[in-house]
Design a protein around this ligand. Structure first.
Ligand code: MN
Length: 737
């Protein structure tokens, strides 16, 4: 839209700009004022005669964004300048280079970041969404101000969303609710977050929004009367103590009421029965803020009885977004619960302006704040991007949205982790070496596996063993970005050694057998392992580490065996990724097949009767035929089910569980573990023993290559004196997977 500006327009622009200056010029040096003026001039010229969808001059938008940036977020000159210029590169002929030339590197960087973020974040292509989201965070890591200006931009766009067509309204509101509101929350911009959410609700669920806001309006008078009655005695007491304070009744946001109604499935009237007040005071000098907060707390609880379970002390330990306050809920007149928030003016500014205010108050030598730790974690995620944009998004959201837990080391050191973190996450948090050698954890002095999810307040001791090495299955246990990247690095390093170990192992055995490493030898080994590359061969041998006898038998294999093996390989090519899906023939799974996954519900191992379920064009999930899920699949989606046959497995081990019962006697566990560990084809993963009144029952999780190995082990264990029964058990415990 462009129609030459009228004198009315010019007047409006001038008015709004002056209003901005009245806020922005506060305590600014002359050169800073000049910079703001220069930015306005450039923006005003560039956007000249262009209009927004609403018809108003375009320049009013950057002015409004700059006003939000300074007045509502509390940022300084550079951010005001960037806000004024935030749309010029995108919408006009001005380039980033022009801005660099006129305003310097820093502002050019911020404007460039904002330009890259412009447009609608969410495209129809889901993959792109994740990628764009990542882009937002990348720019954020470069300079936080990019994201603050972006939030201000979005705030103003939401305030003026009325002039957009309905389909755009929905899209923009949805996107705001999905990303920008949580981001504002994470950065501690409470007011902006609340207003964004309310506006989103207004466009996404107009009816509910109307209902709740009209109810709020109706009940206003009644609420005020009650709050006055509640606060009167408090006001008296605080005045007696010469405390400089303000007290206000707090209205819940429309959005938070709506969420509460949804979550608790309660009627709207029930929710309106909740009251909240806030006390903001100017602390006296010479006494810590903390003890002054607690003093007010104690004055209030002298008058009203507090509810034990609703005490929140974010003064001693601020929230990770920097929020500090003391919250309590007390019983007010007529038996109604009233939430009371106690804050100093400083805390209040942090609560409302978030990170920006946090910066302002942060002393130079103060130790790293919670938010800095969080930002560091964001950077870690960004610096270790996943190939899969979605996985990245999940990781990130985990770090962004989840609340946090606090655990303690045996020495009482406090460690903050994202909620959902496991003992193994903590191990890697402490040190890479602690992570790689971890074998278990003592939680509140009780032995637990590494996969156990930690809870706030847990005292956790990580148990390590020098013999331990990083395990590939740990990838399913770690949840934090930091632990994941450390573990992946270790596994990668570990894998790099395997081919070399394989080569040395092979050379050693051949020398032992007095055999020259001829091309004939390699041909046989290639066939046995189903590969034609020496690197892959060494890798497989490095993992396998077969003994002299096995090597001998491989090399002595007759041509008939070779033929079968060869035929297998050729055949397998037929079921490989690109090929057709032929239901009439069984699918053969062996060491060189990689397009399958083992179902976690029944953990089949080679030798079990199994079926394959085709869950994508290229990949199968293998279930035991007896597994309830397999039965369901067979009956409902039989076109995707194929018969599977295992061939000799020597490379990959599979998880199985055995159950042992017996008479508890000294040394029995030792005997059992010895029996298992001397078996070359079995690796123990975890042991869980319980003993009551002389009888013990244990579950041992093992890695085996096939059913034969497992059965022979079971047979051996049955021989152990004191054991009454041994059998294979289904793995049902989710936490072990
Ligand atoms: Mn804009």
């Amino acid at each position: 839209m462009s129609a030459a500006f009228t004198s009315e327009d010019q007047k409006l622009i001038q008015e709004q700009y002056e209003e901005l200056l009245s806020v922005a010029y506060k305590s600014k040096k002359p050169e800073q004022r000049e910079l703001i003026q220069k930015a306005f001039n450039l923006a005003n010229e560039s956007h000249n005669n262009t209009r927004r969808k609403s018809g108003e001059p375009y320049i009013l938008h950057p002015i409004a964004v700059a006003r939000i940036v300074t007045h509502e977020i509390g940022l300084g000159t550079k951010s005001i300048v960037a806000a004024l210029l935030h749309d010029v590169v995108e919408d006009t002929d001005v380039t980033v280079e022009d801005i660099r030339f006129q305003f310097g590197d820093k502002i050019a960087l911020i404007v460039d970041g904002l330009t890259k973020l412009s447009g609608v974040v969410f495209d129809d292509k889901a993959d792109l969404q994740a990628e764009n989201f990542r882009k937002i965070l990348m720019t954020m890591a470069e300079d936080m101000r990019v994201i603050f200006v972006k939030l201000a931009d979005r705030m103003h766009n939401m305030r003026t969303l009325d002039s957009m067509p309905p389909n755009k309204q929905l899209k923009i509101a949805g996107e705001t609710l999905y990303i920008y509101a949580p981001l504002a929350h994470r950065l501690g911009l409470y007011n902006i977050k609340t207003e964004l959410e309310d506006l989103c609700l207004k466009y996404l669920h107009p009816k509910e929004y109307e209902l709740i806001s009209s109810k709020l309006q109706e009940s206003k008078k009644k609420r005020l009367t009650y709050i006055n009655r509640f606060t009167l005695p408090i006001t008296h007491k605080l005045k007696e103590q010469n405390i400089d304070f303000e007290i206000s009744g707090r209205v819940k946001s429309v959005y938070s009421i709506w969420m509460k109604m949804k979550a608790q499935k309660v009627s709207i009237d029930k929710i309106f029965d909740l009251f909240a007040i806030r006390i903001i005071f100017n602390p006296k000098e010479g006494i810590t803020e903390k003890s002054q907060c607690w003093n007010i707390y104690s004055l209030i609880t002298d008058m009203y009885v507090p509810r034990d379970d609703r005490m929140r002390d974010w003064v001693s330990k601020p929230k990770s977004n920097g929020y500090e306050a003391l919250h309590t809920t007390v019983m007010g007149p007529n038996g109604k619960w009233v939430e009371v928030q106690i804050r100093t003016t400083r805390m209040n500014e942090i609560a409302e302006r978030g990170y920006a205010a946090h910066w302002k108050y942060k002393g130079i030598n103060q130790e790293e704040g919670e938010l800095d730790v969080w930002l560091k974690r964001v950077r870690e995620v960004l610096e270790n991007p996943k190939d899969d944009a979605f996985e990245f998004l999940d990781d990130f959201k985990m770090n962004l949205f989840s609340s946090e837990i606090t655990v303690f080391t045996p020495k009482g050191e406090m460690i903050t982790l994202p909620s959902g973190a496991t003992a193994l996450d903590l191990a890697f948090y402490i040190h890479s070496e602690v992570g790689s050698h971890a074998i278990g954890a003592k939680i509140n002095h009780k032995l637990e596996p590494l996969s156990v999810k930690l809870k706030s307040g847990n005292q956790v001791e990580i148990l390590t063993s020098d013999a331990q090495e990083p395990q590939p299955e740990w990838q399913k246990i770690v949840t934090t970005a930091k632990a994941k990247s450390k573990l992946n690095k270790q596994l990668k390093e570990q894998r790099q050694h395997i081919p070399e170990e394989g080569r040395i192992h092979l050379e050693y055995l051949l020398a032992e057998l007095g055999i020259q490493p001829s091309s004939n030898v390699f041909r046989k080994l290639f066939k046995y392992y189903g590969t034609r590359s020496k690197d892959k061969l060494y890798y497989k041998i490095g993992e396998d580490k077969f003994d002299k006898e096995t090597l001998q038998s491989i090399l002595e294999k007759r041509s008939k065996n070779k033929w079968i093996k060869f035929w297998d390989i050729e055949y397998k090519k037929g079921v490989d990724a690109s090929s057709k899906f032929d239901k009439s023939k069984p699918m053969v799974v062996d060491d060189s097949t990689s397009n399958y996954e083992i179902a976690e519900c029944c953990n089949p191992i080679p030798g079990d009767d199994v079926i394959g379920y085709k869950h994508s064009d290229t990949s199968f999930i293998i279930h035991r035929t007896s597994c309830p899920n397999a039965i369901k699949l067979n009956s409902s989606q039989s076109s995707k089910v194929v018969k599977v046959e295992w061939t000799a497995h020597k490379i990959y081990a599979f998880l199985a569980r055995i159950n042992i019962k017996g008479i508890d006697r000294i040394g029995l566990l030792n005997k059992v573990t010895n029996t298992i560990s001397k078996d070359m084809n079995v690796n123990m993963r975890s042991v869980n023993m319980e003993s009551t009144e002389g009888i013990f029952e244990g579950r041992i999780d093992l890695y085996v290559y096939n059913v034969e190995d497992l059965n022979s082990l079971i047979k051996e264990l049955q021989e152990v004196k004191g054991i009454t029964s041994v059998f294979r058990e289904e793995i049902k415990d989710e936490s072990l997977l």
